[in-house]
Ligand binder design. Structure first.
Ligand SMILES: *Cc1c(COP(=O)(O)O)cnc(C)c1O
Length: 435
């Protein structure tokens, strides 16, 4: 009953000379699928009931973190975003590259993928031969460009420097059918994570790059990223105004406006404005600045997948209001550490109980590093203790993909469940039954 199908273990650190070229070295064990939880069933298949988190915990009594994937939530979020956005929706693969998540996105209608590495390009191409892959990292390895272009049919590349434009020209043999997208830097705005510190050209440089790229581009684009978990729809409007100024200054035809990612989701005590407010801000700004003829792209990551995975952890020890749990900042809970994200939590106690009033707890992860601490506060029944399970929600974005094998705590299992997410994000819930 408690046997897990084993898909692999941590790859031991390999000496560089033993690493085959183009071979992806994985530093954490892939998530294992727990076999004995009921498979997710389509609503049409009446019995037995679809798997639930509670059912999976009762059946498996997992001593390793149990990742609970909600394919219907992911597919529904993708469908909702696609329905609301008047352009192409590129999923940002780095946010969660789990194959089951990518399949759910595909089911939700996503056909475009924003990849940032040869490994991501390969993964998407292997899974979806017809996918449109866009290589959206402004600083690429030459070999990654050659592989993406030559082997995987990638034509769209982002750049933020003249050197990268030259690199792209050289490594694609001066191809005439490239989609060249210039990344514009933005000042820090209303987002929790700033993403312009590292990438993006200044307005003057971006205008010059658009002019330089135009003769070599089948399609020319301009992109930006307002920062991740951006709670302010007006940040998109400000960025579009800036992009419009750059396009005017460039004085060349620009075909694509890529408004990036950053679309927010709910966390405890954080409810973002509804999706339609972001879409209205984008549409209004596009119209106001006369950019209505351009093809629009968006690159959402977090918004499509955050609600789609929770992780069930087990309490191994309680010390006052601190719970020692079996996952932490070196596992799927990295954002609960230094970034200080709060996540929704829920006691899962198959034997029943857990009716005590809730009080705040902090978590310690399993590693021996005292930085493996999650402040929370996480609100749980006052009698929570050793052996209890806790479901931590909204971990589908930048959670599982940041796991490490540090200190030997690399094992985790995966089940697919039909539960709704622990928190709904306004604008995404309505279509959650799509899959
Ligand atoms: C990370 C990233 C995204 C996704 O951002 P979210 O905030 O998760 O929506 C999109 N585009 C680029 C270029 C990124 O680096």
């Amino acid at each position: 009953m408690t046997e897990y199908r084993f898909r692999g273990a941590v790859a031991p650190l390999r000496r560089a000379e033993n690493v085959a070229p183009l071979r992806r070295a994985e530093n954490a064990a892939p998530l294992r699928r727990a076999e004995n939880a009921a498979p997710l069933l389509r609503a049409a298949d009446a019995a037995p009931a679809p798997a639930t988190v509670d059912g999976a915990v009762a059946a498996l009594r997992p001593e390793m973190p149990l990742h609970c994937l909600r394919p219907a939530t992911v597919a529904g979020a993708a469908a909702a975003f696609r329905a609301a956005f008047p352009g192409d929706v590129l999923y940002a693969v780095k946010c969660n590259p789990e194959p089951a998540v990518l399949r759910a996105l595909w089911r939700g209608g996503v056909r475009h993928f924003d990849c940032a590495s040869a490994g991501e390009v390969r993964l998407v191409r292997t899974m979806f031969p017809e996918a449109e892959i866009h290589f959206m990292h402004p600083v690429k390895a030459r070999g990654a460009i050659r592989e993406a272009f030559g082997r995987h049919g990638v034509r769209d590349f982002v750049l933020d420097s003249a050197e990268e434009l030259a690199k792209l020209r050289e490594e694609t043999g001066g191809a005439a059918d490239l989609g060249l997208v210039v990344r514009l830097a933005l000042p820090k705005g209303g987002a929790v994570y700033d993403l312009s510190g590292k990438f993006g050209a200044t307005e003057e440089a971006a205008a010059a790059l658009l002019r330089a790229a135009r003769p070599h581009a089948g399609q020319l684009g301009l992109s930006f990223h307002v920062g991740s978990q951006c709670l302010d729809p007006a940040a998109y409007a400000r960025a579009i105004a800036r992009a419009a100024a750059v396009i005017r200054a460039a004085g060349v035809v620009v075909d694509i406006l890529d408004v990036g990612g950053g679309f927010p989701v709910s966390y405890p005590e954080v409810t973002p404005p509804p999706l339609r407010d972001f879409m209205a801000a984008i549409a209004d700004a596009v119209a106001e600045h006369g950019l209505g003829h351009m093809t629009l792209w968006a690159e959402p990551g977090r918004a499509l997948v955050a609600g789609g995975t929770s992780v069930v952890v087990q309490v191994q020890h309680r010390r006052g209001d601190a719970l020692f749990v079996n996952d932490g900042v070196y596992g799927a809970l990295s954002d609960a550490g230094a970034p200080g994200f709060r996540f929704p939590v829920r006691l899962v106690r198959p034997g029943g109980g857990g009716a005590a009033p809730v009080v705040p707890f902090t978590f310690f992860g399993p590693s021996c590093d005292s930085a493996d601490r999650m402040e929370g506060p996480f609100l749980l029944p006052a009698d929570v203790g050793e052996g209890d399970w806790i479901e931590v929600g909204q971990l589908g974005a930048y959670g599982a993909c940041l796991r490490t094998a540090f200190n030997g705590f690399d094992q985790a299992a995966l089940v697919e469940v039909a539960d709704p997410p622990l928190l709904a994000t306004p604008g995404y819930a309505a279509l959650a039954a799509v899959a």
